[in-house]
Each structure stands twice: as C-alpha cells, then as structure tokens.
Write a protein that binds this ligand. Structure first.
Ligand SMILES: *Cc1c(COP(=O)(O)O)cnc(C)c1O
Length: 387
C-alpha cells in the first residue's frame, strides 16, 4: 500500500534518472520527456549551469532567513524585474503562493476586493487561488469559497465590460490557459482588458506561472502583446525544478508591501534562488529565445503535417513550446498509450493533449516525438474501431 494521500492519479513509471529530454525508469526503459515536470524543467533535466550554481550555493549556506541581506536574492530579483520591465519582486515557494501574494497585494494597494478571473483558468489550490480558478471541479467539496471573485468567459470583451465597475481591485488572467486546455488569449481582448483596468482603477495581474521563463519564446508571454501589467506571477520554470515562485510588481505598489505586511519563511531560499539565476541567465538570451520560437514553429508544423487529416484531432495550437492537440476523444487513454511507446506528455482539460518539451529539445527529439504521436494515434484509432 501507499502511505501517500491519493491526490494524484499516478502513472506507471518510476524514474531512476533523467538528463536533458530523456528519462529512464526502473525497468531501464527510456522515455522522451515532453512534460518537463509540468513545465518546470525548461532547460531539461539537470542542466549543467544550474547544477553548478546549486552546488556552489550548497557549500556556502542553505538557509538563513529573510531577515538577512541575501545578495543572490537581489540578483535574481533584478533579472526578473529587468526582463519583465517592472520594478519589485517578492519571492515565494510555488505558483499558488505567488498568486496568493499577488491577490493580497492588489487588495491592499487598491483598498478594494473584487477580482475578475476567467472561465477554465487555473491559478492554484490554496483558498484564494482556488477561488480565483474558473473550474468547478477544483472547488468541489471545499466550500464555501473565498468571496469576491467573478468569472468571465475567456476572450470575451463584452462580458468583461459587463463585469467591470469601480469596485474591481484586479483582473487576473493567463496569456495561454495551460491547465484549462491551451487556450490562447487574442490580442484585441488583451488590449481591451488593459484599457478597462485603467478606466476602472483596477490592476492587471498576469499569471505567467506556466507561460513565463521563456516557455512561449519571450521571457514572459505578455511581451508578445506589448502589455504593461501591474503584477506578474511566475513559478514553474523559474528554478529548473527547485521550488520557487515570485510576484513581480510595479514601483507604485511598494508601500502596500511594507515591513511586516507579507512574508514567507522559505520564500527566496538561497539554493532555489541560485538555480533561478542560472536558469534566467541561460534562457533570457536573445539567441536562446529565438531558438525556442523556431523549435515551437517546427514542432507545430510537424504535428500539423502528421495529424492534419486525423479524424480524432480537431485543432493544433500553441505558442512557443507550449502546445495543445485538441482531440475528439478523452485524452487520458491516449497519454497512457504514448507512454507505452516512449513519450511522456500531459493532459490539459479533458480532451487536449499538452506538450511542454524542454526549451533545449533538439530537432531530432522533436522528429522522434512526432513519429511516436502519429503512430500512437493510428494504433489508438485501430483499437477503437475494433472495440
Ligand atoms: C501550475 C500553475 C499554478 C499553480 O502553481 P503551483 O506551484 O502548483 O502552486 C498557478 N497558475 C498557473 C497558470 C499554473 O500553470
């Protein structure tokens, strides 16, 4: 029996080692890992630069508390702020904690409490972030929810207009809804959202927990649209697998997060911060990001070629290396067949196959994955027809 609460429907794989895009299980079977630890290992497994940064920090100290000046935190905060064209950073340990901080910051700064979020969004599992999430299944059995969250259909400017008034503290959104099914925000909707926030004195919070740190081919996905958010949250890819999250904010918000207003014992842990610095120094390079965009285009093109005529595929969409294949069937069984054939992928919603390969994935690995996906979908259809 397992001593773990069964909160996760676990896969049959027990990893024993992993390197780059490859993962090896206890039976010696090798997989192409197109999940990257759910969009976390953006440089692949155990990237050298990050490993060295962690080892160096391990030999200095591991934890001292946020009452001390920690030079590395300053360096990581500067990298985040400069690359986001924003000003101040608060370090947390996870995505939910970063969003929790963002919601608190927006409420305190504006003195208002209503937060507008979107249907199918995902913002986390804590009480505030669960309430912010626009998916009923996440909330089941945990009510009553934290009040003052309002949900609007994604990409629907008219409905957003109806939800806006002077009492709104913030609008919070993902540029590409990750867990909700790889739904991409359209430019006009985003521009209109930014304008409405200004008009009603609400802050624009962008949840970049899955889209940030190069995943879409820019440091942050909002930069594809020239937006100027007030608050941005990151986590997943930031520490290459070490736990860390961050709230990035504009200078105007400084007074709302003064001494004693918010905190976290582990937030900005020096080892995680060392990993974050090495990760950002690698990813936030023009050449690296250009490569990510090219590989994303190549992967989408490849998928469209091999799956374009498949009767069970309804759409292929994505941004950078965040890609969804929408299916006319449930995704879970297909994912299990893919694993048997050596490819690890993820679900998004109930019927979208999500690919989040490391940004360091090679063209050969993309070709290999496309072959596996094509063959597996073919096998899958043959089986379904027979059954
Ligand atoms: C994963 C995710 C979160 C939650 O992050 P945790 O680290 O699991 O708390 C929040 N928002 C988005 C967009 C995510 O993808």
């Amino acid at each position: 029996m397992s001593y773990l609460f069964p909160t996760y429907q676990k896969w049959e794989i027990e990893p024993v080692s992993a390197n780059g895009c490859k993962l090896i299980d206890a039976n010696g079977k090798e997989y192409l890992d197109f999940s990257s630890g759910i969009g976390v290992c953006n440089l692949g497994h155990r990237p050298k630069a990050v490993e060295e940064a962690i080892e160096t920090q391990l030999k200095k100290y591991w934890h001292v508390s946020n009452l001390f000046h920690i030079k590395e935190q300053e360096k990581a905060a500067k990298l985040l702020a400069k690359n986001a064209e924003m000003d101040l950073v608060f370090f947390a340990n996870s995505g939910a904690e970063a969003n929790e901080g963002a919601i608190k910051l927006a409420r305190k700064y504006t003195g208002k409490h209503k937060i507008v979020t979107f249907e199918q969004s995902f913002h986390g599992r804590t009480f505030a972030t669960m309430a912010a999430t626009g998916q009923e299944k996440i909330k089941q059995g945990f009510g009553p929810m934290l009040e003052s969250f309002v949900y609007v259909p994604f990409n629907n400017t008219e409905m957003l207009k109806n939800a806006m008034d002077e009492s709104v503290a913030a609008v919070m959104l993902e540029i590409v809804q990750g867990e909700g099914g790889i739904h991409i925000a359209n430019e006009e909707f985003l521009k209109e959202t930014e304008k409405l926030c200004k008009e009603y004195g609400a802050l624009l919070i962008i949840d970049e927990i899955q889209t940030g740190i190069g995943r879409t081919g820019k440091p942050f996905a909002f930069q594809h649209f020239g937006l100027k958010p007030d608050i941005v949250t990151v986590a997943k890819g930031l520490g290459s697998g070490l736990p860390i999250g961050a709230v990035i904010g504009k200078i105007e918000l400084e007074s709302a997060f003064g001494p004693g207003s918010h905190g976290s014992t582990f937030g900005g842990n020096p080892v995680s911060v060392a990993a974050a610095i090495a990760t950002m120094e690698t990813i936030f390079q023009e050449e690296f990001l250009k490569n990510t965009v090219e590989k994303g285009k190549y992967l989408i093109g490849k998928l469209k070629t091999v799956l374009g005529k498949s009767p069970i595929v309804s759409e292929i969409r994505g941004m950078g290396l965040m890609i969804g294949i929408e299916l006319k069937t449930d995704v879970q069984r297909l994912l299990s067949e893919l694993r048997k054939n050596g490819l690890i992928a993820l679900p998004a919603g109930s019927n979208v196959l999500r690919l989040l390969p490391p940004l360091t994935v090679t063209v050969e690995e993309i070709d290999e994955a496309a072959v596996i996906i094509e063959a597996t979908i073919q096998q899958f259809m043959n089986k379904t027809v027979k059954a």
